[in-house]
Ligand binder design. Structure first.
Ligand SMILES: NC(=O)c1ccc[n+]([C@@H]2O[C@H](COP(=O)([O-])OP(=O)(O)OC[C@H]3O[C@@H](n4cnc5c(N)ncnc54)[C@H](OP(=O)(O)O)[C@@H]3O)[C@@H](O)[C@H]2O)c1
Length: 301
């Protein structure tokens, strides 16, 4: 007997079986939930059907199969085009949308979905496809708290599923912010690999040491978040001036090795501009004021 047998209706339907949707469906199956799948190109459901998924022949059939509909398509317009004709079938169900988009699109979709009498959860997969189904995979959701509470156990099959609040735009806001955070860290990593590589260091050997440096870096986030909240920037982790000088060394070292210096130049520029606005003796979290000021300037302009 497959793990899916013995349950009389689908716990979850997955619409869109691209790279991400396939991993989502696999995670639900692995957690023992009866899973119905639909994809525009039906052949992409073959492997999942072999793993125990029920195959829906239409979008409507997938929507009707159970209480939770998970959709993972390229963008919100595609989701809208596919699901709008199924509005009546959505009534009373929970739609969890894991397609990427903007906060505005999330709010718009929440209005459309709730207008059909369904509950809406906007979501974002924050750990690529490789960790889906693993406890370390982070999924963020926002929108109906009741819907999240009802479906929390099923959504926990995907990894660490976190509800951010009832504003459906929050998941998308976190998604974009965390994407930028990851890229900031990765840009620093790629630069560092190039620098040590110029000195003959193997990237994997460097990565092993770099990873052991990360707990220190993440510990700064918690402390600096408090500083930002208080609007006071203790300089226990070094002043803006000290960090600007150190970043200048990194720029020079990079140039001396003949590698690109764009990444440290960007950070040096931020630090120097922060110093120029009177934060030279403050802690480095004060750089946030410079960035936030950009927002005020845009609003004022
Ligand atoms: N892949 C990742 O690592 C990752 C990570 C985080 C978030 N995401 C987000 O997840 C979403 C899906 O990404 P993916 O990587 O799974 O994309 P993908 O591999 O390119 O798959 C796209 C899926 O959308 C379907 N599709 C495209 N246009 C359609 C249409 N007009 N009507 C019906 N179905 C349509 C495709 O169906 P066919 O098979 O018929 O083409 C396929 O199932 C995106 O919003 C992406 O940003 C992906």
């Amino acid at each position: 007997m497959s793990r899916n047998e013995g349950r009389d209706r689908s716990a979850v339907s997955v619409i869109g079986l691209g790279q991400m949707g396939t991993r989502l469906a696999q995670a639900f199956l692995a957690a023992g939930y009866r899973t119905t799948v639909w994809n525009r190109t039906p052949a992409k459901a073959d492997a999942l059907a072999a793993q125990g998924a029920d195959r829906a022949s239409t979008v409507g059939e997938a929507v009707s199969a159970g209480p939770l509909v998970v959709v993972c398509l390229p963008d919100y317009d595609t989701v809208h085009d596919l699901l709008e004709p199924e509005g009546e079938r959505l009534r009373g169900r929970v739609l969890a949308n894991l397609s990427s988009g903007t906060p505005e699109a999330a709010r718009r979709m929440a209005g459309q979905v709730t207008g059909h009498g369904a509950a809406y959860l906007d979501g974002a997969a924050m750990s690529g496809t490789r960790l889906v189904g693993h406890p370390d995979a982070l999924f963020v959701f926002s929108g109906s708290p009741d819907a999240f509470a009802t479906q929390q156990d099923v959504l926990a099959s995907l990894g660490r599923s976190v509800h951010l609040g009832d504003d459906p735009a929050l998941a998308s806001l976190y998604d974009t912010a965390l994407f930028g955070l990851a890229w900031g860290a990765l840009a620093g990593f790629y630069h560092a690999v190039a620098l040590v590589g110029a000195g003959g260091v193997d990237p994997t050997a460097f990565a092993a040491v770099a990873m052991s440096h990360m707990p220190f870096v993440t510990s700064l986030m918690a402390d600096h978040a408090r500083h930002i909240q208080d609007g006071r920037y203790p300089n226990d982790d070094g002043t803006v001036d000290v960090h600007a000088a150190a970043m200048d060394h990194l720029v020079h070292a990079s140039r001396a090795e003949g590698i690109g210096a764009e990444v440290p130049e960007l950070i040096k520029s931020l630090l120097e501009r922060a110093a120029g606005t009177g934060h030279g003796e403050d802690g480095i979290a004060s750089v946030v004021e410079l960035i936030t000021k950009g927002r005020r300037d845009v609003r004022a302009g």
